[in-house]
Design a protein around this ligand. Structure first.
Ligand SMILES: C[S@@+](CC[C@H](N)C(=O)[O-])C[C@H]1O[C@@H](n2cnc3c(N)ncnc32)[C@H](O)[C@@H]1O
Length: 402
């Protein structure tokens, strides 16, 4: 589909947002319009108020966010106002499709459309208690100490993405607890958070398991950076949490046998070290969201069987994404080989972070599956590389795949 003028872009957005299957629209990116840009992002979604469908507009600026609800007859003006900002990225979800509209510097509109089936999802009642592990909107000491929310419970606009990531990560953790049979161990669940950084996930996981799900849990956060560990200890003291500890050191350098290993954006090969720590300690569950993938990017060559992929490796951005995918494919396959049921899932929408793939692995598959070993060898031969996961896992993985 081609859009050749701003008017037709506005018409398409208005018709889709006001149409019957509309579910959500996000307006963000560099403003290209003439109107002053007072917001950095605007999100529109349908809500039910007193039995009638309304549209809720959430306006985010650098310091705060404001929410307003409009009845169907009042909706056109606020929508026109948002469109006048000329946000360069508009993403719309309906029951039937995902629509991605990007406006370039030269004013060209690039349209991406993907068919989906969201028809079964219900309209969100305005006052529904959302299925979120850490809800917002009321005073919460933990969110305040983490610096995510203000004292009266409003999420700081600059922390919105982190807040969403943590909530989505915790949802994945909750779902995986049953599959990994970790709800009733008869002792506290031991959790290791690798590359815990400022400990948002560490504190949140400890609170969610112990205080919300009532699953006794100990959480240890490890990071190589002394400063973040000092800050994390200070935070944990301020919320006076039991069974929460921190250690400064490299992932893998601390001998522990956790039931669950978490790693959210552990940089580059630190993700492999977290995977290896889980495997060595025979952890039941690993949830890892990888971050920057540099190691393989340096090694990929358009040579041998991979010669045919020269066009993919020629351009920096394509090469980088290829290296990301190949790295994570090697990791997921290695986990299968050592006996983990493994999936790779999108844990949060790209609007919150581009680093949004989660490797989810549950121990319990037969190790050394011949089909997976053959795939691994073939992938290594094709790319002519030795992925770092192999070094991190060491023996007995090496003897399984060589
Ligand atoms: C991008 S931050 C993510 C922090 C946190 N997990 C979060 O998502 O908010 C990555 C963290 O991993 C730590 N890190 C990187 N490599 C590490 C390693 N080999 N061992 C321990 N920590 C590491 C860094 O110091 C940094 O704090």
């Amino acid at each position: 589909m081609k859009i050749d003028s701003l008017e037709s872009l506005h018409e398409l957005v208005t018709a889709t947002v006001l149409g019957p299957g509309f579910r959500r629209a996000t307006f963000a990116g560099v403003p290209r319009g003439n109107a002053p840009a007072v917001w950095v992002r605007v999100v529109v979604r349908p809500v039910e108020l007193r039995g009638e469908r309304h549209l809720q507009f959430s306006y985010f600026d650098a310091k705060k966010d404001t929410t307003r609800n409009f009845s169907p007859s009042e909706t056109t003006d606020p929508l026109t106002e948002v469109l006048a900002v000329g946000f360069s990225g508009i993403h719309i979800t309906t029951d039937a499709e995902e629509l991605d509209l990007r406006t370039t510097k030269k004013g060209k509109v690039l349209v991406g459309r993907r068919e989906v089936n969201n028809a079964t999802a219900a309209l969100e009642p305005h006052n529904r208690v959302k299925d979120v592990p850490l809800p917002e909107g009321k005073a919460d000491r933990l969110l305040e100490v983490m610096g995510i929310a203000t004292a009266d419970g409003r999420v700081r606009p600059t922390m919105r993405a982190k807040f969403t990531q943590i909530n989505e990560f915790l949802k994945q953790l909750r779902h995986a607890l049953d599959a990994a049979e970790l709800r009733e161990l008869g002792r506290p669940v031991e959790i290791l958070d690798c590359g815990c950084g400022s400990s948002y996930l560490t504190l949140a996981a400890h609170h969610y398991l112990n205080n919300v799900l009532a699953i006794p849990s100990h959480v240890l956060g490890v990071d190589v950076n002394e400063e973040v560990i000092r800050k994390s200890i200070d935070r944990s003291e301020r919320i006076a949490a039991n069974g929460l500890s921190f250690a400064c050191g490299r992932i893998g350098g601390i001998e522990v046998k956790p039931d669950i290993v978490l790693a959210l954006h552990a940089c580059d090969t630190a993700t492999d070290d977290a995977i290896a720590q889980a495997v060595r300690g025979e952890a039941k569950l690993l949830l890892s969201v990888p971050c920057c993938h540099h190691a393989l990017n340096r090694e990929l060559r358009a040579e041998g069987p991979a010669e045919v992929l020269r066009p993919l490796l020629r351009h920096g951005i394509l090469r980088e994404r290829t290296a990301d995918l190949v790295t994570d494919a090697f990791r997921a396959l290695a986990l299968r080989i050592v006996g983990y049921r493994t999936d790779v899932v999108e844990f949060v929408s790209t609007e919150h972070t581009a680093r949004n793939l989660m490797i989810r692995a549950i121990r319990g598959a037969p190790p050394g599956d011949a089909g997976h070993v053959a795939e691994y060898r073939e992938m290594k031969r094709f790319w002519g590389v030795t992925p770092y996961i192999e070094t991190a896992l060491g023996e007995p993985f090496l003897s399984m795949v060589s």
